[in-house]
Design a protein around this ligand. Sequence first.
Ligand code: KBG
Length: 573
Amino acid sequence: MPSRLNNEDIYNLIQQPVATDLIEKADVVIAGSGPVGMTYARTILEKTKATVLMIEVGSQDSPVIGEHHKNSIKYQKDIDAFVNVIKGALQTVSAPPADTYIPTLVGDGWTPPVSENGTSTLIFQGSNPNQIREKNLKASAVTRTVGGMSTHWTCACPTPHDQEIVNNPIPKDERDKLYEQARKLLNVHNDQYDKDSEGDDISIRHNVVKKTLLENLPGNRKIQSLPLAVERRKDNPTYVTWSGANTILGDPTRFDGRFRLRTETRFTKLVPDKNDPKKITSAKLRDLKNDRDIIAMAKAYVITCGAIGTPQVLANSNLATQIPALGRYLCEQSLSFCQIVMKNEIIDYIDKNPDWKARIEAHRLKHKGDPLPIPFSDPEPQVMIPYTSDFPWHCQIHRDAFSYGDVGPRADARVVVDLRFFGRQEIKKENRVYFAGEATARGEWVAGNTDIYGMPQATFEVERSQKDKTNDQKMMKDMCAVASLLGAYLPGSDPQFMEPGLALHITGTTRIGNNPQESVADPSSRVHGFKDLWVGGNGCIPDSTGSNPTLTSVMIALKGAAAVVELLNDSQK
Ligand code: KBG
């Protein structure tokens, strides 16, 4: 067999007895190993006797499948260092070719030839010549590793306000139950920074930030602790355990070999039946370590490769023309950010608070000369101002590492608080990600330019409406008002809008719904018209939210997984 298989090769292979190393078989094949893929895997494995084969393009970077890297004590002691982990984990989706004219280049250094229209651009590997700069989500990125983004996410799991859920076809009662299950699966808590079992404050900074806002921020803002997929360690409460994909899957050995994970394997495309294009016969995979194609056969296929990767697999399977909503109705959140240095009066309040006296004295005894009354091990603040009708955005007042926001030597990190406000985007069909390519005479689809993994290059066409911009402006004003209650801007981290796409919260690209013209999949995430194909991830969310999407995606996936279980049970009858 050639190392690259075309559809004809695959049709021949699946009909003949073949060498097993070319064909993988399982009851369910799941593409992607993030929280949503794991939600499907766990539900199916627990509720049936089925076998599950999970395909992940990245490698396994932790001995525990898909664990959050921030569980390392190193990062809990030095959150700034985690910024570099995140930077390393994010690969941008669409970068226009660089302007490679280097005016200072002398001698015989190479420069691209000037074209007829007088420009010269270098199309370096992975850049996208189709990308219109003004319509790009420049900072949008993916993570290719076992566990996906859950290996470095912030773990914020707010439940969206009713106004953020208008298109979701799952009825409210059912949704509420599924949200409850999703919170359990992700191990969500909102009290891990408040009080311990003795009633003592766990974090000085968290409690003081929350109190300052509760006492001073006007309006009914419902200030509360940020719901996080995290649990304080019982053996050593100085540290916490952040949830990752492993939290959802649990111990895989309990499935007695029914769960298998193939790493560094690209899920290239779905291969439809020759006579019935709405039935999937197999999936074409690429074993990246050995540079050869293999195929996987299953009763059900679940694609959970993220809001870009999932429509990318469907497009590469030549399904874009059959699914008019694919990649459309895309929403991404705007993100305003600043960091403040806490006010003198807040630090004085900490110093004089009798509840914290013993802790502060113990700290000062050990670290003579430290002018700050905050122990080095004091956990960070984790406060939320939720979305409300009057203030329709989601606000995090916390301290966290992301690909930006490290404090470094600019200030003592204990007095710095981050403010991140997330705004919605109007839902518009025109806002989309598309994947250029064409069908060959044989009906196979060939990608145009490709990304560095050889998949069709994603191109964004996304614009914020005037309504979005006006709302963003109000959100920025609100962030500044909240910031002024807490302190002064840390130089270099003044209020700013972050690059489009940086929230990493794209929704809509494989949205669920009842109308096949306006959605990709039904309320159970089964692709319209297909019996054996499911999609999962943030792309399934049919709404524009300010709240972080992971909890909602897991909620939707729980319903999808139940439908896969039903299919498997029916096939047993
Ligand atoms: O603060 C986080 C936020 O919680 C999140 O979900 C997003 O992906 O990244 C933010 C940092 O920019």
